[in-house]
Design a protein around this ligand. Structure first.
Ligand SMILES: [Zn+2]
Length: 189
C-alpha cells in the first residue's frame, strides 16, 4: 500500500473506509504549488533566494467520511499548514508566509448537486476519482494571499524605511528652527 495521499480512488471509496491521512510532505511534492513559489522567489536576487524553499514541510491530517443528513455525501475535512518562503510585496524581501487551511468539503461529482449543508463547502470533482494530494494543493494555492506581505510591521523593511523618511521630513524644520535661533542672536542677518 502506497501513501493514501497519492492514491487515486473515488470519494465514496475513501469515505467508506473512513480514511485518515497524516500529511508530512515537502513542498517539492506539490508541482503547481512549487511552480508558484519558484516564480514568486524569482523576483529576488539569486543570493537572496532561500536555498531550501522546496523542503518546507506541509503537515496536517485529512479525514474522509459521509454526511448522512446531506444524502450520504462523501466528505473530506482536516487541517493542513505550511510555512512557505515568499517575497513581501511591500519591502521585496524574502520572508516565511504561514498558510493554514481547515477544509470541510462535501465531495460531489460534476453532475451531482446537494443543498448547502451545515458548515461544509461544496467541492466539485472534475473526475470520478480524486487524489487527496491534488485537493490539498488546490486548497493551499487558493489560500495564498493575492499580495504576500510581512504580517508583523516590525519585520518589514518598508515599514522601517518609512520611519527613516519621517525623520528626513523633520530635518528641514530642524534646520529652519536653527536658522530662526541664529536670527534671534544676530538680527542683522
Ligand atoms: Zn516586508
Amino acid at each position: 500500500m502506497g501513501n493514501p495521499l497519492r492514491q487515486r480512488l473515488t470519494a465514496t471509496k475513501f469515505a467508506s473506509v473512513g480514511q485518515v491521512i497524516e500529511i508530512s510532505e515537502e513542498v517539492s511534492s506539490f508541482d503547481s504549488l512549487s511552480e508558484i513559489v519558484e516564480a514568486d522567489l524569482a523576483a529576488l536576487e539569486a543570493d537572496k533566494i532561500p536555498p531550501a524553499w522546496r523542503e518546507s514541510v506541509v503537515r496536517g491530517e485529512l479525514q474522509f467520511g459521509f454526511v448522512a443528513a446531506a444524502g450520504n455525501v462523501p466528505t473530506m475535512s482536516g487541517q493542513v499548514r505550511v510555512e512557505l518562503d515568499a517575497v513581501c510585496q511591500r519591502c521585496l524581501e524574502p520572508f516565511r508566509q504561514r498558510l493554514e487551511i481547515e477544509p470541510r468539503l462535501l465531495l460531489l461529482n460534476a453532475h451531482e448537486s446537494v443543498a448547502e449543508f451545515d458548515d461544509y463547502e461544496i467541492w466539485e470533482l472534475d473526475e470520478d476519482t480524486l487524489r487527496p494530494l491534488d485537493i490539498v494543493e488546490e486548497l493551499l494555492i487558493m489560500a495564498m494571499p493575492f499580495s504576500a506581505m510581512h504580517d508583523n510591521m516590525a519585520d518589514c523593511k518598508a515599514f522601517s524605511a518609512a520611519i527613516e523618511n519621517v525623520t528626513e521630513i523633520r530635518r528641514p524644520f530642524a534646520a529652519l528652527a536653527a536658522q530662526m535661533k541664529q536670527v534671534e542672536k544676530d538680527p542683522d542677518v
